[in-house]
Design a protein around this ligand. Structure first.
Ligand SMILES: NC(=O)c1ccc[n+]([C@@H]2O[C@H](COP(=O)([O-])OP(=O)(O)OC[C@H]3O[C@@H](n4cnc5c(N)ncnc54)[C@H](O)[C@@H]3O)[C@@H](O)[C@H]2O)c1
Length: 333
């Protein structure tokens, strides 16, 4: 039986606790939150679990093998560092850290202490992303052209980060997983309206081989939209994550250009074939991810969403932040 501790019992922490508890071979030994109200909520649902307001008390529990850091971004580095130095494996929320330097330090500390880091890139465990990865790997879409995502809703305004650090990690981790190449350059624009942090932002990411990605994140949208278009040479798809069924629709559409002598001699033909909705696994992503975390610890397997994956996302976020402050100046990686 693996003993785990969870730090941070706000909005997302209860989901981590519930999913750990749903795994047969895991026991949630302790929950830590510095807010008395959060601890009261935790005690009413999780009987027999030790409760602390100081993470040091949790780290000193010798039986605890792993710790999940589910607190705000600015606390991730110190908490994950202490956990690793106390011999715990860590599951850290997205985004991994606030800076590239912090992410690199954590990776080094984990290596020295022979501990594992997993970064919560939840979307990689959804049936939709797993299906899209399969369609790409099998060559169904052909050579990739673009990824265009709209991730907008009203709020939730964060107090410590802008909309890029809050919402874009999802798309950036998905891009990293699907494209499997390091980006070349990032351009980001955005604006602040209410609390001093950018609440609307548009990020363009250039990948090798003419693959381009665009991510639109917004806390000021009247409606919630979670729609991504992915275009390839052979086929294109639309992923609407708010659809209960048929989240992904694959379109057998494409454009073929035949060369002539000059621009006016080019022959452009359009192909419009069938559309189909592949079956998408509906299991809870977080449960699969936490089960994978436990399996990786037990087997010694290196997770694909490890500290390095977290670092690659933080590199993109840091570049986007620099570009944002420079009003869309291109940042080369
Ligand atoms: N993977 C996902 O889909 C997903 C979804 C939501 C949030 N998150 C991530 O989860 C993390 C937490 O987000 P949230 O929305 O739950 O935030 P939240 O503000 O609702 O909750 C954070 C909790 O951490 C506690 N806390 C803060 N500093 C602490 C410390 N030093 N020691 C102990 N407790 C501390 C706070 O009291 C609070 O209860 C963030 O990194 C966020 O990006 C991930």
């Amino acid at each position: 039986m693996m003993e785990v501790g969870v730090i941070g019992y706000g909005y997302w922490g209860p989901n981590i606790v519930r999913n750990f508890q749903g795994l047969g071979d895991v026991h949630v030994a302790a929950i830590c939150d510095r807010s008395p109200a959060a601890l009261r909520r935790a005690s009413s649902i999780n009987h027999g679990v030790k409760l602390f307001d100081d993470p040091t008390d949790l780290f000193s529990l010798r039986d605890v093998d792993a710790v999940a850091v589910v607190s705000p971004v600015w606390t991730h580095f110190e908490l994950a560092k202490s956990a690793l130095e106390n011999g715990k494996h860590v599951f850290v929320e997205k985004p991994f850290t606030r800076t590239v330097a912090e992410a690199e330090q954590l990776i080094e500390i984990a290596r020295k202490n022979d501990r594992l880091i997993m970064v919560d890139h939840t979307f990689l465990f959804t049936g939709a992303v797993r299906k899209i990865r399969q369609l790409i790997d099998e060559g169904t879409l052909g050579t990739l052209y673009y990824y265009d995502s709209m991730r907008v809703n009203l709020g939730l305004f964060q107090h410590d980060v802008n909309v890029v650090w809050d919402l874009a990690p999802h798309d950036l981790s998905i891009l990293d997983h699907l494209i499997q190449k390091n980006p070349e350059a990032i351009i980001a624009t955005g604006e602040t309206h209410l609390n001093g942090f950018e609440d609307v932002a548009f990020i363009t990411i250039y990948f090798p081989d003419n693959v381009i990605a665009h991510v639109n994140v917004n806390w000021l949208s009247p409606v919630k939209v979670r729609t991504t278009l992915i275009g390839g040479e052979k086929r294109m798809l639309v992923w609407n994550d708010l659809e209960a069924d048929e989240k992904i629709k694959v379109y057998d559409k494409g454009v073929h250009v035949k060369g002539g002598e000059g621009v006016y001699d080019l022959l452009v033909s359009y192909r419009s074939g069938d559309m189909w909705a592949p079956k998408v696994d509906q299991c809870e992503a977080l449960r699969s991810e936490l089960s994978y975390f436990v399996n990786c610890i037990n087997s010694g397997e290196k997770p694909f969403n490890d500290g390095e994956a977290g670092l690659r996302v933080v590199k993109m976020l840091e570049a986007a932040e620099i570009s944002l402050k420079g009003k869309g100046k291109a940042v080369y990686l």
